[in-house]
Design a protein around this ligand. Structure first.
Ligand SMILES: [Zn+2]
Ligand SMILES: [Zn+2]
Length: 175
């Protein structure tokens, strides 16, 4: 009896020798990771849920029960953001800049949201508190807050002091 072989390419012309794969196209697919309880899942979702009420029925089914989720995307979470801004308004908490006041309708509702709690200090069961943990900041102030990386995130008061204090002298000194 004889089995049918698949289509393999061989290195020798007479059809003997080791089989070789003719071509191989590496494909990398970008996925986000979603943590449910103690497990991580790859997901195509671009905005990840952080609040328990955002856990969809499908996600809940994965683990059998809805669990708390921790992801370092609190600043982009639409529900957390909405609650934060409903409380604080849309002016930068550091410099008071308000996009609508300055740019009119174009700037309406535009503001970043900054997460005050250093990610490294978060407990496993952490759930973001949109009022205690989040504040509105303009993109300029937000950039300065994160300027020195995650290990040296500036506090709100710290940045406000820099902003309101005397303009720092040029590090190059007078010419
Ligand atoms: Zn600002
Ligand atoms: Zn931030």
């Amino acid at each position: 009896m004889g089995g049918k072989l698949g289509n393999f390419w061989t290195e020798s012309t007479d059809g003997t020798g080791p089989a070789a794969i003719d071509s191989f196209t590496p494909i990398l697919t970008k996925k986000n990771v979603l943590r449910l309880g103690s497990r991580w899942y790859a997901t195509d979702q671009s905005i990840l849920p952080q609040l328990p009420e955002e856990v969809s029925q499908d996600q809940a089914l994965i683990e059998g029960a809805a669990q708390k989720i921790m992801i370092n995307a609190y600043e982009r979470n639409p529900i957390a953001r909405k609650r934060c801004l409903a409380h604080y308004g849309h002016s930068c908490i550091v410099c008071s800049f308000n996009f609508e006041e300055r740019y009119g309708v174009l700037g309406r509702d535009y503001i970043h949201v900054h997460h005050l709690v250093p990610i490294g200090s978060l407990k496993k069961e952490y759930i973001v508190d949109p009022i205690k943990d989040l504040v509105p900041v303009c993109p300029n102030c937000h950039a300065m807050i994160h300027r020195n990386g995650p290990a040296a995130t500036l506090g709100i008061a710290e940045l406000r002091n820099l902003l309101l204090g005397p303009i720092p002298e040029s590090p190059k000194g007078p010419r």
